[in-house]
Write a protein that binds this ligand. Structure first.
Ligand SMILES: Nc1ncnc2c1ncn2[C@@H]1O[C@H](COP(=O)(O)OP(=O)(O)OP(=O)(O)O)[C@@H](O)[C@H]1O
Ligand SMILES: [Mg+2]
Length: 509
């Protein structure tokens, strides 16, 4: 009898190599698993252990936009609004990529440095698997008595660390609870808490004193499903608590952007904020009375963002370069579809590094009719080129915001292609997303009791709001003359800082 545990992105799953053993033997009375000490059932390092922060009186009220792709923070003192330097390694210091790299030893790095460390240590590296003993299973059968079986997992022997991106999106995924990082269990909340804690430390370093309170942005809806949405928000609150952030309150991200606009706007007007980021599209309709009064008339949002649009490009244009359509052997059997489905996110590409998948790919190379493309798939998987591919795709998407067409090229390992992508084709691939976004705007207008003609200004913010197809949709609906672009990456943080200052005054009034 042989029982194996498989590591996945979300933890450990037990089973036999066939995946059936425990379930097919009917009279199993009990299964007890004793894990070796090396596998810790901890929630990851307590973020508070990373920095011991003195608790002192202070009046630092901070706005923090914890974005799916980018984070930024700002402070307002009633007079001056200042963006804070969060990432000295990034081209723009006030924008921090929302990434986390955890080394084999458990040391965390965030922002550009996290990506650089992952790229230096992982990309191009051949993954070598080794079996690792993790404990015993004691199985008691009615007929045979008790059997003790050693448990092994296959682990990537040389990985120097693990990279996490788009952790905010994970909040709405109820299956993403824990993940195993080099033998240590991290909850999603603890991973986010590590990022938040390090951000707080950087802010306090910049300010030279402790932060008093924080207003943190939240999407209008983390998820379309109300249950998933509530769960996501609770998990975000738990992450903030775990990170021991001081006096946290939340504000919807597009309402923060509207606040930032209202701060310097003149006259009576209706404003619609179109905040289109990496994970979500968020909308706020706000009424300004011209005398400083503001009223949020409606908010809405959908889980459509830049990450999904990248995914559309990968699944719509990249798969033929990695063996899509290949047939195997004399019976011309199709390549198993689940292999290429894993390319829909860079994180799930690494799932294909499991020896059982690599064996299928190797066999496909040997007997398939597209050996070159299948070798490219092997290289993508085996040498960790998933992240570079997604980065290339994202860069191509960004170029298409300026150019009518672009060349998406990859020349690394056995991957070797250059493909022309016209903007119209990208627009074809994202057609359903454009319609979903448009429906969201219509719902917000309806909720506000306004027609498109009643809106005076459309504020575009968030990186994805630069995509011409969405700009065109807004121009068609509201009129091109009403569109204004605000600071796409920092507009929300500025509004959150204004809210933090206002809330602190309300408390002291
Ligand atoms: N010029 C551009 N054209 C198209 N997309 C862009 C452009 N610039 C950035 N993006 C995309 O914008 C997204 C990041 O935007 P932003 O930083 O506003 O998101 P975020 O605030 O982190 O996410 P969210 O608010 O959804 O949590 C990425 O998907 C990026 O690819
Ligand atoms: Mg955002």
């Amino acid at each position: 009898m042989c029982i194996t545990l498989n590591t996945t992105r979300d933890g450990l799953t037990a089973g036999s190599p066939s995946g059936m053993l425990i379930r097919t033997v009917k009279k199993v009375l009990s299964v007890r698993i004793r894990l070796a000490r090396a596998i810790e059932e901890a929630d990851g390092p307590r973020p508070s252990a990373l920095l011991c922060c003195a608790s002192m009186e202070g009046t630092m009220h901070i706005g923090l936009d914890f974005g799916t792709t980018n984070s930024s923070a700002a402070i307002y003192d009633g007079d001056t609004l200042k963006l804070l330097s969060l990432d000295p390694v990034n081209t723009s210091h006030s924008i921090l990529r929302s990434t986390l790299f955890v080394t084999r030893e458990g040391a965390p790095f965030i922002g550009r440095e996290a990506i650089n460390r992952f790229t230096e240590g992982n990309v191009g590296r051949e993954i070598e698997y080794e079996w690792k003993y993790i404990g015993d299973a004691e199985i008691t059968f009615a007929e045979f008595g008790t059997v003790v079986q050693a448990l092994y997992v296959t682990v990537d022997a040389n990985a120097p660390g693990r990279l996490f991106q788009s952790l905010k999106t994970g909040l709405r995924d109820k299956s993403f609870t824990k993940t195993n990082v080099f033998g240590k269990q991290y909850t999603l909340e603890s991973l986010i808490a590590v990022v938040l804690r390090l951000i707080l430390e950087r802010i306090q370093d910049v300010l030279g004193q402790p932060v008093t309170s924080m207003v943190i942005g939240r999407p209008v809806h983390y998820a379309s499903n109300p249950k998933a949405d509530t769960l996501a928000f609770q998990r975000m609150q738990a992450a903030c608590e775990l990170a021991e952030l001081p006096n946290v309150t939340f504000l919807e991200e597009p309402s923060a952007a509207a606040l930032s606009y209202a701060h310097s706007a003149q006259g009576r007007q209706h404003v619609l904020v179109f905040d289109f980021g990496g994970g979500t599209l968020d909308v706020t309709v706000m009424q300004l009375d011209g005398k400083g009064g503001r009223l949020v008339l409606a908010t809405d949002g959908v889980p459509v963002g830049g990450d999904l649009l990248d995914q559309r490009l990968v699944m719509g244009r990249m798969l033929p370069h990695f063996g899509a359509g290949a047939t195997l052997g004399p019976r011309r059997l199709p390549l198993p579809t689940h292999l290429l489905e894993n390319l829909s996110q860079w994180q799930t590409i690494t799932d294909l590094t499991q020896p059982k998948y690599l064996a299928i790919i190797d066999e496909a190379i040997a007997i398939g009719d597209k050996p070159q493309e299948l070798r490219a798939l092997r290289s993508l998987v085996r040498q960790n080129y998933g992240l570079p591919m997604y980065e290339e795709v994202e860069r191509a998407k960004v170029r298409l915001s300026e150019a009518d067409e672009t060349i998406l090229a990859m020349h690394m390992g056995d991957i070797d292609f250059a493909e022309r992508i016209p903007r119209w084709d990208f627009e074809r691939l994202i057609g359903p997303d454009v319609r979903e976004v448009e429906r969201c705007i219509d719902r917000a207008l309806e909720q506000a009791g306004l027609a498109a003609a009643d809106i005076d200004v459309i504020l575009r913010t968030g990186g994805s709001s630069r995509i011409p197809r969405f700009v065109r949709m807004l121009a068609d609906k509201f009129g091109a003359e009403k569109l204004q672009e605000m600071d796409v990456f920092t507009g929300v943080a500025s509004g959150l800082a204004l809210a933090a200052w206002e809330r602190s005054r309300e408390l002291t009034a």
